[in-house]
Design a protein around this ligand. Structure first.
Ligand code: B12
Ligand code: SF4
Ligand code: SF4
Length: 223
């Protein structure tokens, strides 16, 4: 019989020892994998964790993605995937089922979707709020955090969503070169964002769908 409180502490310790700075747990209920390749039945606990981006790398972004940011983005994705694998290995040794959701794999290119939304799990696990930029904003680190998730059938004690919001800050609204960000997250214009990312990356010959400007300006400090 697994002691859920103790097990949550162990799982959190594994994630933090490997480099996660944010950790939370949410009951996700029955979710479907967008790829259709993974059976998520019974995996109703979402373990959410986040790794910080380097402030030095992010501060180097001015009017679009840099090569350094592209390299860094890939390495942080690898770190997140590694943490997911370590948690999965640990959970399987306990006799549980676990799926390390890929940190940044797009599985539906038409609709631009991953297996499941890391932001939605992190939101419910209390790691931040959905900002004007549509990014998950953590009170301490802003949007300069990347997230991943492990789904498992182990019942762990859960966190609650936090209160919080952008207040009067308009930094990302002013900074987005595509005019994709508005007053509220509901105004976020995904098509404009995709179009702008396309133009910025083509101009710089960068083969990843990245931009980084709205991430850079969202530091978690009061505006
Ligand atoms: C495909 C993808 C893209 C696509 C489009 C994604 C999309 N549909 O929005 C493109 C290529 C355009 C893209 C762009 C970017 N992306 Co991207 N992307 C993904 C990926 C792989 C899948 C996203 C997905 O399936 N979305 C489906 C939709 C339904 O969910 P969602 O947008 O994640 O979350 C929404 C729901 O949760 C909903 N919601 C749920 N509950 C609630 C409650 C309330 C109150 C509200 C208002 C909303 C709400 O609102 C959320 C926001 O729209 C994820 C990784 C992953 N698997 O999650 C990364 C991810 C979302 N991307 C990320 C980032 C950083 C970026 C970029 C900045 C690029 C870059 N790295 O420089 C831009 C930012 C665009 C923006 N401002 O949102 C990070 C976000 C981190 C963060 N701090 O929020 C993620 C989580 C990757 C990661 N591992 O950290 N991305
Ligand atoms: S930059 Fe400001 S307005 Fe934009 S998401 Fe971050 S806190 Fe919210
Ligand atoms: S990723 Fe770039 S284009 Fe998209 S919302 Fe952020 S700043 Fe605007």
């Amino acid at each position: 019989m697994v002691d859920a409180v103790k097990e949550r502490r162990i799982v959190e310790r594994i994630a933090r020892d490997q480099g996660a700075v944010l950790f939370g747990v949410a009951r996700v209920g029955a979710v479907e994998d967008v790829s259709g390749e993974v059976d998520l039945a019974g995996l109703e606990t979402g373990i959410s964790f986040g790794c910080r981006l380097s402030d030095v790398v992010m501060d180097g972004i001015e009017d679009g993605p840099t090569r350094t940011y592209q390299y860094h983005y890939r390495q942080v994705n690898l770190l997140l995937d590694r943490i997911g694998l370590m948690l999965t290995s640990h959970l399987q040794e306990l006799g549980c089922r676990a799926f390390p959701v890929p940190s940044s794999q797009i599985v539906d290119w038409g609709k631009n979707l991953g297996h499941i939304s890391h932001r939605a799990v992190a939101l419910h696990a209390g790691l931040g709020w959905i900002g004007r930029s549509n990014l998950l904003v953590n009170p301490a680190y802003g949007a300069r955090v990347r997230y991943s998730t492990v789904l498992t059938d182990l019942d762990l004690p859960c966190d609650r969503p936090i209160d919080g919001g952008c207040g009067s800050c308009m930094r990302c609204v002013e900074a987005c070169p595509g005019g994709a960000i508005g007053e509220s997250p509901d105004d976020f214009d995904l098509a404009r964002c995709i179009e702008t990312i396309g133009a910025l990356t083509r101009r710089r010959n960068i083969g990843s769908k990245i931009c980084g400007i709205c991430v850079k300006v969202c530091t978690g400090e009061p505006a």
